[in-house]
Structures are given as structure tokens and as C-alpha cells.
Ligand binder design. Structure first.
Ligand SMILES: Cc1ncc(CN)c(N)n1
Length: 230
């Protein structure tokens, strides 16, 4: 076992499938974790309207994300894994949903504005990708999207030590960095490596997973970019 450069907080086998996926998107990954939104979030200088837009769109992301975890409870091939996804669902309901609702209060966003907003294009595309993974009922397809979404967030959230003062900024960083969050991401990465199809057995399935990985990384960049587009 070894660690990679970016994503170095997580152990991956250097000659395994996850390492290869990571290498295929290293530039886009670096662009996402060093994005202007991340820099401003750590500095506590994100424009109020940008933060509002980002969280309103991310609450829509969150809905499909929950469905993916539910689908993993249904389709994971081992009991231990099902239990791990069920525990994470409980954490998201308790901590992440509370963060969203408290932040909407802090930012003055009414439920009527955050429950059914118009979806920005990257949000709609991300939801399509997650909903397709759910419909596929394929544990590897679900894992590919989850690994990108969670590992990339761990990477940017652990990229700086100093955290900003305001709850709305600090809370979003804290949700994505801790021993516990790192353990969750490590679990996802081990699972993806474990169930990844070998080229000999299922060449086209592996290609399909690689396409999904690249699409998810591109969408992470687009999701950040979108909040600065008029
Ligand atoms: C767009 C996006 N990607 C990932 C995460 C982390 N679950 C998130 N909240 N939003």
C-alpha cells in the first residue's frame, strides 16, 4: 500500500484501479481543490450571494446523494458494508442536514427558496449522474461517484489548517474533515478497489466506470465554477 500525491490522505494501492482513475484526472482534481470558492471559504471572504447560491444548489445535490447511500444499503454485496452506509445516512441526517438548515437561517434563505429552486446546469447534470447510478443498481457505479464526491471534498477541506470564524464557513469545512470523515472516505476507496471489475473479466464495465469517474470530477469543477457565473 502507498499514498498518491493529490488525495494523499487516503491509502490506495499504487498499481490498483483507483490509483489509475486518480491519475487520469489529476489536473482537474487539483483545479477543484484549489478553486477560488475553496480559497475564499477558508479566508471567510465568500460573497454572501455566492455562499447562498452554492448552498441552495448543494442542498439539491444532497437529495440525490442521500438516494445513492440508500442504494448502497440495498446493493452492497456484504453486510458490514450495508451497515456502514446505514450509519453514514444517520450522520448525514443529524449533522449535514442540520448544517444546511441552520445556514439557510443565518443567510436569510426561506424554505420556499431552498426547497424547490431552479437547478443550475451542473447541479442538474450531477443529479442525473447520481440518479443513473441509483437506477443502475450497480454497487461499483454507485461507489465511483461516491468516491469522487467524498474524496475530493476531504482533499480541499484538509488543504489548509486555519479555519474561518463564521459558522456558515467553518461548519462546511468541518463537515468534510475529521478522523471520522477520513475513515469514511478510506472505507469507500477500499470498497471500490475490492469490487472493481478486472479488465479480463469485464473490460467494458471498467471503461464505463472510468467514464463515470471522469464525468464526476468534471462536474465537481463545474459546480464550483457555476457560483461565479452570472
Ligand atoms: C457538489 C458536491 N460534491 C461533493 C459533496 C460532498 N458530499 C458535496 N456536498 N457537494
Amino acid at each position: 500500500m502507498t499514498t498518491t500525491g493529490i488525495g494523499a490522505l487516503i491509502e490506495v494501492s499504487a498499481d490498483g484501479s483507483v490509483s489509475a482513475l486518480m491519475r487520469s484526472t489529476s489536473e482537474q482534481w487539483a483545479a477543484a481543490i484549489n478553486h477560488r470558492f475553496v480559497r475564499e471559504l477558508f479566508a471567510g471572504t465568500v460573497d454572501e450571494a455566492v455562499m447562498r447560491d452554492y448552498l441552495v444548489q448543494d442542498y439539491q445535490f444532497f437529495e440525490s446523494f442521500l438516494s445513492m447511500l440508500g442504494a448502497c444499503v440495498a446493493h452492497a454485496d456484504e453486510l458490514d458494508a450495508k451497515l456502514r452506509f446505514a450509519r453514514q445516512l444517520g450522520m448525514l441526517v443529524a449533522d449535514e442536514d442540520t448544517y444546511f438548515v441552520d445556514s439557510f437561517v443565518e443567510l436569510g434563505v426561506d424554505p420556499s427558496d431552498y426547497l424547490r429552486p431552479e437547478l443550475a446546469a451542473p447541479t442538474a447534470r450531477f443529479r442525473d449522474l447520481m440518479d443513473s447510478a441509483v437506477d443502475s443498481a450497480s454497487y461499483p457505479q454507485l461507489l465511483v461517484v461516491l468516491v469522487v464526491a467524498e474524496w475530493l471534498y476531504l482533499d480541499w477541506a484538509e488543504s489548509q489548517e486555519e479555519v474561518p470564524q463564521r459558522d456558515v464557513h467553518r461548519g462546511w469545512i468541518d463537515l468534510h474533515r475529521s478522523e471520522t470523515f477520513r475513515g469514511w472516505v478510506q472505507f469507500l476507496v477500499y470498497e471500490l478497489e475490492r469490487v472493481f471489475p478486472t479488465e479480463n473479466d469485464h473490460g467494458s464495465e471498467a471503461e464505463d466506470l472510468a467514464r463515470t469517474w471522469r464525468r464526476a470530477v468534471d462536474l465537481e469543477c463545474a459546480f464550483f465554477d457555476n457560483v461565479y457565473d452570472d
